[in-house]
Design a protein around this ligand. Structure first.
Ligand code: NAD
Ligand code: DAU
Length: 353
């Protein structure tokens, strides 16, 4: 048996593949375009024969994807591939429309044709799991109930609007063509292999490099943090037992203001890797201009996935963030390769011109 994963060289996709192959013998075909966010070093611990097959391709390349599906006959696809950084979507929305909307559409088309031609039993068993975000629901006031699956879609950034569009396409392919889809909407992830453009890895990196820790606006924006391996276990559970056509919210019941998150990071670093001058990393916090259209609060009501599928996160923020900080301290070479851009040479080395 085989599954196809798109975006498996990114942060969550690579964690998903590492966990998947540690838990099962089922082969994973990893389709990734290797944008700036794709890093095959994330998967370097895998050995030949571990069941990972990498395919360098745009998920929107209909011909490539069709050929690959025909050759490998997967029983499922898990669609992680996306442009994922909100700030980049503000500076340059085009890539977000191209990949998250048009790319998802073309990928759905290729999968639909493949699925349509499967024998009946395989057709019934097939699943298309689309990985999405809580940002599609927009923003909450302090007194609002956390996002439920039936909240209105009210995306506020080009990133969240492009993800909302992709969710709608996935839904439509089920409703119109019967494609057996599942959608997951998850809150903010953190953990190993997180690209240091996002708040937590950026602040760990900047702290150790003696640089400012940039906090947008007043730092009181709230996010609901989930350890990446818990997100991966939720996706596995939805793939295994989710109801076709349903969406599942995934979150850690762990709302925190950004300033509090960065303060906790600083105190863990003070303990594990203190500054030579004895001053706390907190001194490096620096308030900077706010993100345009910055959503004030995200929070997930994860009752449905717990009640219907029995999924719960294994980590609390305290245990997960400690593991994360330790991982970055132990993998400074990974951070160095990413921040210097050296990881991109890997593709040339591995695949030639
Ligand atoms: P990431 O930016 O770290 O990785 C994205 C991966 O997709 C990269 O490997 C990149 O090379 C690949 N990719 C981009 N465009 C592609 C294309 N056209 N064809 C093939 N591959 C392409 O992202 P991430 O943080 O791992 O997020 C993965 C998914 O999870 C995204 O769909 C994102 O919207 C969703 N999500 C992320 C979070 C989070 O906190 N990071 C939370 C909820 C949902
Ligand atoms: O909610 C899920 C989403 O979480 C995912 O869909 C996105 O792919 C993922 O990138 C993440 O989006 P955010 O915008 O919430 O993550 P980011 O790490 O960029 O920012 C987290 C919060 O920290 C946000 O309120 C903005 C703030 N921030 C971020 C950066 C990079 C800062 O204050 N300073 C910073 O330098």
């Amino acid at each position: 048996m085989t599954i196809v994963v798109t975006g498996g060289a990114g942060f969550i996709g690579s964690n998903f593949i590492l966990d998947w192959l540690a838990l099962s013998n089922e082969v994973v075909i990893n389709v990734d375009k290797l944008t700036y966010a794709g890093n095959l070093e994330n998967l370097q611990s895998l050995k030949d024969g571990d069941g990972h097959i990498f395919v360098l391709s745009d998920m929107g390349d209909f011909a490539n994807i069709s050929e690959l599906l025909k050759a490998h006959r997967p029983r499922a696809v898990v669609n992680f591939a996306a442009e994922s950084h909100v700030d980049r979507s503000i500076h340059g929305p085009a890539a977000f429309i191209e990949t998250n909307v048009v790319g998802t559409f073309r990928f759905l088309e290729a999968v639909r044709f493949y699925w349509n031609n499967l024998p009946n039993a395989e057709k019934q068993a097939f699943r298309f799991l689309h990985v999405s975000t809580d940002e599609v629901y927009g923003t909450l006031t302090p007194s609002d109930h956390p996002f439920r699956e039936d909240n209105r879609y009210e995306p506020n950034s080009p990133y969240s609007a492009s993800k909302a569009a992709s969710d709608h396409l996935v839904r439509a392919y089920h409703h119109t063509y019967g494609l057996p889809v599942l959608t997951t909407n998850c809150s903010n992830n953190y953990g190993p292999y997180h690209f240091p453009e996002k708040l937590i890895p950026l602040c760990i990196h900047n702290a150790l490099a003696g640089k400012p820790l940039p906090i947008y606006g007043d730092g009181q924006q709230i996010r609901d943090w989930l350890y990446v391996k818990d997100h991966c276990s939720a996706i596995r559970r939805v793939l295994e037992a989710g109801q076709i056509g349903e969406a599942y919210n995934i979150g850690g019941w762990n709302e925190m203001a950004n300033l509090e998150v960065v303060t906790i990071l600083c105190s863990i670093l003070d303990e594990l890797s203190p500054r030579q001058d004895g001053v706390s990393y907190i001194e490096q916090i620096s308030f900077v201009k706010d993100r345009p259209g910055h959503d004030r609060r995200y929070a997930i009501d994860a009752t449905k996935i717990e009640r219907e599928l029995g999924w719960k996160p294994a980590e609390t923020f305290n245990t997960g963030i400690r593991k994360t900080v330790q991982w970055y301290l132990d993998h400074q070479d990974w951070v160095e390769n990413v921040t210097s851009g050296a990881y991109q040479n890997w593709v040339g080395k591995q695949y030639g011109a």
